[in-house]
Design a protein around this ligand. Structure first.
Ligand code: SAM
Ligand code: SF4
Length: 329
């Protein structure tokens, strides 16, 4: 098992499949993009499947989420999903995507064994979408969401980040829309993980702000804490249920004590936390012919370095060198 020195056990693996993206969300990437990883540095499809296999069969991982960058840009994604779905024990498989291209791929991904999807959508207004992502692709995302629902991916979750002066007035509208469409909405507090270092604590919309705004239109009842488990989202029943809304308050209400995550970057580095400053190389071991047992051992050792918390609430906090898109959000 992937146990750390605080007794937490990582059963949830996030795998970044690429650092590239077809959007330029202002809270994530600069307009000009980033210096992308060189292709030979990326894990191959075979290497990704091998690492997931080791995680699932030797290290107790039960949930695998593919992310990026934009994971739908990875041509081999359906094949990777299919091969991971064939592992025993079969992990639950999910995807975090901006939804562009999902219209074309949702059915094939479902058939390959994908169970669930999270689609990021911050606004219902095409002009605001263009401001926030620097691309005019709002309609593609809506079509991608509808295709995911039609393909039977369940649940379809929507991730929204609120940015002051852009979409911070939209929380109730987003929730009314998500309830009507049958999507499960979760707001994510903006985190200091942007390549441009533009985040400020004073400038961010907090969970409290979001809840206050939602309560102007909806009655929210906290879900039983026991049901939350290690999930990062705190959830509320909306108007008595069954509709729900979640808030991931990584900054103002961190959930590090219950964290069950381990991460692999697109270039094969283990990260124990989004905010970690250290990485442990598995790609070198993979490519030098190390057996599975040795890779499992390196992964276990890496997890022993997992810190108690993100450090976000300490004055000495320093943003990690790699941005969210390179770590895998
Ligand atoms: N490109 C895919 C997407 O947008 O869903 C997957 C990668 S993206 C880094 C994963 C999630 O991180 C998205 O929901 C995005 O909104 C969120 N995200 C990116 N930068 C963020 C930041 N600085 N603070 C909070 N969430 C952020
Ligand atoms: Fe791309 Fe996702 Fe970052 Fe937006 S949040 S720029 S979609 S990686």
């Amino acid at each position: 098992m992937l146990t750390d020195t605080y007794g937490r056990v990582a059963t949830d693996l996030r795998v970044s499949l690429t650092d590239r993206c077809n959007l330029r969300c202002t809270y994530c990437m600069p307009e000009e993009g980033l210096r992308w990883l060189a292709r030979p540095d990326l894990l191959t499809d075979d290497e990704v499947v091998r690492l997931v296999g080791i995680a699932v069969t030797a290290l107790g991982v039960t949930e695998v989420r593919f992310t990026g960058g934009e994971p739908l840009l990875r041509p081999g994604l359906p094949g990777i999903v299919e091969r991971c779905a064939a592992l025993a024990p079969r992990p639950r498989l999910s995807l975090t995507t901006n939804g562009i291209g999902l219209e074309r791929t949702a059915a094939a991904l479902r058939a390959a064994g994908l169970d669930r999807v999270n689609v990021s959508l911050d606004t219902l207004r095409p002009d605001v979408f263009q401001d926030l992502t620097r691309r005019a692709r709002h309609a593609d995302v809506l079509r991608g969401l509808a295709a995911a629902r039609a393909a039977g991916l369940d649940p379809v979750k929507v991730n929204a980040v609120l940015m002051p002066g852009h979409n911070d007035d939209e929380a109730p509208d987003l929730l009314a829309w998500a309830l009507a469409e049958g999507y499960e909405l979760r707001f994510i507090e903006q985190m200091p993980l942007d390549a441009q270092h533009g985040w400020t604590r004073e400038g961010m919309i907090t969970a409290e702000d979001i809840l206050r705004s939602l309560r102007t239109r909806f009655r929210l009842t906290p879900e039983d804490a026991a049901e939350r488990g290690a999930a990062p989202a705190e959830r509320w029943l909306v108007d008595g249920g069954p509709g729900r809304v979640g808030v991931i308050a990584s900054v103002t209400r961190p959930f590090c004590r219950a964290c069950d995550r381990t991460r692999i970057t697109a270039d094969g580095q283990v990260r124990t936390c989004l905010f970690a400053r250290e990485e442990s190389d598995l790609r070198g071991a993979l490519r030098s012919g190390a057996p599975d047992e040795e890779i499992a051992r390196l992964w276990r050792v890496a997890m022993l370095g997992k810190k108690a918390g993100s450090g976000l609430d300490t004055p000495s906090f320093r943003q990690p060198d790699r941005p969210m898109s390179a770590i895998g959000g």
